[in-house]
Ligand binder design. Structure first.
Ligand code: ITT
Length: 189
């Protein structure tokens, strides 16, 4: 089975491959437009991206809409995580907004909504979340996006190996649920 990966984010491309290839899925990239993410939820935006890629390529397509929700910021940046501040300034902006905030109030979680759309209009949706805290400073070079400021048990995702992150990340959980749903979907075909 072949899926077009509907993302322009390099970090996600790497993780999609890591998660989909062991399921026996061939992942292909394509020159895709970037549809406007007008949804009001992660799930709506994931559908918008997967549906557009499926329509453009005629192939099953899979997308993820994800983000970081910070308790102290009432859940921001949330679905606006990619547009929260200028590229390169997003982590620092979160750290600045939490300056002086004690550890007990630094709770945060990541969300990943995964959606696959098939040329006949069928879709599969799955969601994953993971909980942690916002670190006091950026640490670690692995991963992408907010990984170096999101901490679990004293280490940021940026300090974890790929395997460690995948075993506990929002995207790891979303793709675990997705795999189960895809298996059932294919059985019913
Ligand atoms: P596509 O829409 O093309 O997939 P994007 O980067 O715009 O790429 P989103 O709209 O889903 O993707 O925005 C997600 C934001 O949340 C983006 O800024 C990411 O860096 C961040 N993010 C998502 N998953 C993450 C992860 O596993 N680790 C760190 N940051 C993450």
């Amino acid at each position: 089975m072949k899926f077009v990966i509907a993302t322009h984010n390099q970090g996600k491309i790497v993780e999609f491959k890591r998660m989909l290839e062991p399921m026996g899925i061939e992942v292909v990239s394509a020159e895709l437009s970037e549809p406007e993410e007008t949804g009001k939820s992660f799930a709506e935006n994931a559908f918008i991206k997967a549906e557009a890629a499926c329509r453009e390529t005629g192939l099953p397509a899979v997308a993820d809409d994800s983000g970081l929700c910070v308790d102290f910021l009432d859940g921001a940046p949330g679905i606006y995580s990619a547009r929260f501040a200028e590229p390169g300034k997003r982590r620092l902006t979160v750290l600045e907004k939490l300056q002086g905030v004690p550890i007990e109030q630094r709770g945060a979680h990541f969300v990943s909504a995964v959606c696959a759309v098939f040329p006949d209009g069928d879709k599969i949706e799955a969601e994953g979340k993971c909980f942690g805290t916002i670190a006091f400073e950026s640490r670690g070079e692995n991963g992408f996006g907010y990984d170096s400021i999101f901490e679990q048990e004293g280490r940021t995702f940026g300090e974890m190996s790929d395997e460690e992150k995948d075993a506990r990340s929002h995207r790891g959980f979303a793709f675990q649920a997705f795999e189960e749903k895809l298996r059932k979907y294919l059985q019913g075909k």
